[in-house]
Design a protein around this ligand. Structure first.
Ligand code: SF4
Length: 734
């Protein structure tokens, strides 16, 4: 017996009096973990646990999922509709009818005065798919504004755009099971242990069994980089240069898969001509990775039996985000690493249902990856919904990031925000604040009444959250999981689906467009629209999804007829030759000239500002900032700063500093660490009135996603530390 362990108090797990467990899928990140929420005898949610027979998480949950039941009773939940004439007045409680009438009347008034597109609707990646589909039908089919987008533009737009450009359609081709088959894993700007802890666990378990090399490309020594065989500390914003140089080596050493290229791709000659300019010597001067290492990693990738690439915001949130995704796809295509076990390009998605909005929200087009630009798609959906096809715009409208510029310039006068908080999440928040102030009308629909953006609202619609609602979500590997109501929304708050349906009644007085009430029925309607398409879900229904703990699409009615059981996992896209979504079945190899348009450090602002996430928080902290067991680990913003830089500036560990960019300034606590080089600081973006006061957020030309990770700042000591501490606390009041 070691150290008398048996005499110590045994570990006790508090008995929370659970009498019933209810099933849901996690509502934070896109990993798609299955959760059970425990209810006590009074029907109150008191605990959460992972579902053991769910293929994704196999009983595990991360720090966010394990406390997710606390969301239901967290502070700031909205319990009644509110209204006011001016945004700077106090809120007055009102009825649902009055609040919904007001939103309807204001949308109609503004559209009549300024035109159909003068109202914008911005949603989220946080709702359930049936809610997205219903909002899309309402917006595209009845309200008719083309300025309708989601906050997914801030996280996944570059992945969507890159997949469409390369393969002809969005839709990640790989799956988590690929970790179990790969011979080599490249992680581009992805810090799995903090951002997607359960995917990290799946990867790590596979790696421990088979020992494949892990190459991490990230300017910072992230947790994943600490575990890498090779860490490439790349110069921010230059990934495309490294990708081109790797392709240069692959072609120069004849390591490409010529037969795959011939059968499955177009554009090889143009690609060869472009990458010929990026010899490793030239490229090393731009991307900061030495020429020998470029050659080593290029050979490693091309010679692997199966090579896999994953990426997250390090690629997407860049002025070259879409090109970065195309570059990853180019590398996969020239080496035949698509659609085979362990060979894939897998975007690790952001929000829990970012995929659901990509597939079904109609933000960027029409349901199930249909395009507004395609007349057949417009006719098909108009016929199905019972509307005039001419009512649809002929091309997509503005992205979220452009909508804010249009508010600034007076083109957009009305805004309906749904489960998103742009005042905290968009770059250059001073500009966003000014834009919000100028709106004639703003409605905020959110489960929290006290979001920063609600300051500028005229109507507040209290919504349910996560497992107060009924519907499905799609995860990173195209797996659809069902969420069932664990508890009702508080007070008068209502599920988003109920709110959309009541709003639809106001725009649909002739009743010509049908809006089913039940999520399970809406799912079946979506299934009909999916038949024969890439994301075919016609073989699924809510009951089957719960029984199977999620099913990857496609799973079709044909498969059901043929008696084929739903896949447990391991489903890939583009597994056969000539099956890409372009008309000729071939993928495109796209040359990527590099244009250096980032803000870069200079004499006045000499330090790179790199932003990112922490394991305990979720995006704008709207949720996790109110959950004690999450918030206590990181209650205030801090910077990672290199100890040499801190010493040079006379900054001690734990001191508050002032960060200054060309936009504004922010206060954060200094945490010296070797994780960042001497010319860079890392600042978590979760905290309101902090990182986004500083960011420039130049937009990617294809995806319109902002470059959150490449700005320049200077750092100033603060003499009055007490005042800085007080300010830091006060700014966290939301
Ligand atoms: Fe939820 Fe993501 Fe954590 Fe899984 S890894 S429990 S999906 S936050």
């Amino acid at each position: 017996m070691l150290f008398g362990r048996k005499q110590k108090n045994p570990i006790k797990i508090a008995d929370k009096g659970v009498v019933e467990w209810k099933y849901a899928a996690c509502g934070y990140c896109s990993t798609g973990c299955s959760i059970e929420v425990g209810l006590n005898a009074e029907g109150k949610p008191v605990t959460s646990r992972g579902v053991a027979d769910a293929d994704v998480n196999r009983g595990k949950l991360c720090l966010k999922g394990i406390f997710e039941h606390e969301l239901f009773t967290s502070a700031g939940r909205g319990t009644e509709p509110l209204m006011r004439e001016q945004w700077h007045q106090d809120w007055q409680p009102t009825t649902w009818d009055s609040a919904l009438d007001k939103v309807h009347d204001e949308i109609v008034r503004i559209q009549a005065k300024y035109g159909r597109d003068s109202v914008a609707i911005i949603s989220t990646g946080q709702m359930l798919t049936e809610e997205f589909y219903t909002l899309g039908k309402l917006t595209r089919g009845l309200i008719g504004t083309n300025n309708y987008d989601g906050n997914t533009t801030l996280c996944m737009a570059s992945a969507v755009s890159g997949y469409k450009r390369s393969f002809g359609s969005d839709g990640p081709p790989g799956c988590y099971e690929d970790f179990e088959h790969t011979d080599c894993l490249f992680a581009w700007g992805s810090n799995l242990p903090e951002q997607h802890p359960i995917i990290y666990w799946r990867m790590k378990e596979a790696q421990e069994k088979r020992g494949f090399p892990l190459i991490v490309i990230d300017p910072r020594v992230t947790m994943l980089a600490q575990n890498a065989h090779i860490h490439l500390a790349i110069t921010p914003g230059t990934d495309v240069v490294l990708m081109n140089a790797m392709m240069h080596v692959i072609f120069a050493e004849k390591l490409e898969d010529s037969s795959y290229i011939e059968t499955n791709t177009n554009g090889i000659e143009e690609l060869r001509a472009e990458v010929a300019k990026y010899d490793p010597v030239t490229a090393s001067k731009i991307c900061g990775i030495d020429e020998d290492t470029i050659r080593v990693v290029a050979r490693l990738y091309a010679k692997a039996g199966a090579a896999m690439a994953i990426w997250t915001m390090g690629i997407n949130q860049s002025t070259h985000g879409s090109d970065g995704v195309v570059g990853i796809n180019n590398l996969a295509l020239i080496t035949g690493n698509i659609g085979k076990p362990g060979g894939t390009s897998l975007s690790i998605t952001g929000q829990c249902n970012a995929m659901g909005t990509r597939e079904w929200s109609s933000c960027s087009g029409l349901p199930n990856y249909r395009a507004l630009e395609n007349p057949e798609h417009r006719a098909e959906i108009a016929d199905f919904w019972g509307i005039d096809p001419e009512f649809f715009p002929k091309k997509r409208g503005m992205f979220q990031t452009d909508i804010y510029h249009a508010i600034e310039s007076g083109q957009i006068k009305g805004l309906w925000l749904i489960a998103t908080n742009p005042l905290s999440s968009l770059p250059n928040s001073a500009r966003v604040r000014k834009a919000m102030e100028s709106l004639e009308f703003c409605a905020v629909q959110d489960c929290y009444q006290d979001t920063e953006s609600a300051q500028y609202a005229h109507v507040y619609l209290p919504a349910g959250t996560w497992a107060e609602k009924d519907g499905v979500m799609t995860n990173t590997e195209r797996r659809i999981s069902v969420v069932k109501p664990v508890t009702p929304p508080p007070g008068q708050a209502q599920p988003d689906l109920w709110i959309f349906n009541r709003m639809a009644e106001r725009f649909n007085q002739s009743g010509k467009v049908k809006f089913p009430e039940k999520a399970a029925d809406i799912f079946l309607e979506m299934g009909k629209l999916s038949v024969g398409r890439l994301a075919d879900i016609s073989g699924m229904n809510h009951e089957l999804l719960e029984k199977q703990r999620g099913i990857q699409w496609p799973y079709t009615q044909e498969q059901v007829k043929n008696g084929e059981a739903p896949p447990k996992g391991g489903k890939r896209l583009y597994t056969a030759d000539g099956t890409f979504s372009y008309a000729d079945g071939k993928a495109k190899l796209i040359p990527l000239p590099f244009i250096d348009n980032n803000e870069v450090p200079d004499e006045k602002f000499p330090i790179w500002l790199n932003t990112g996430r922490l394991i305990e928080h979720w995006h704008g902290r709207t949720k996790t900032g109110k959950i004690g067991d999450n918030n206590k680990y990181s209650p205030i913003p801090f910077i990672e700063i290199n100890p040499d830089l801190a010493a040079e500036l006379g900054i001690e560990r734990g001191e508050y500093v002032r960060l200054v960019s060309r936009r504004s300034d922010a206060v954060a606590m200094a945490m010296p660490t070797q994780r960042v080089p001497k010319n860079m600081v890392f600042l978590p973006f979760h905290f309101h009135d902090c990182a986004n006061r500083l960011t420039l957020g130049l937009l990617d030309p294809h995806s319109r996603q902002p470059a959150y990770k490449q700005s320049a700042v200077r750092i100033e000591r603060i003499a009055d530390q007490m005042a800085a501490a007080k300010l830091s606390m006060e700014m966290r009041k939301f």
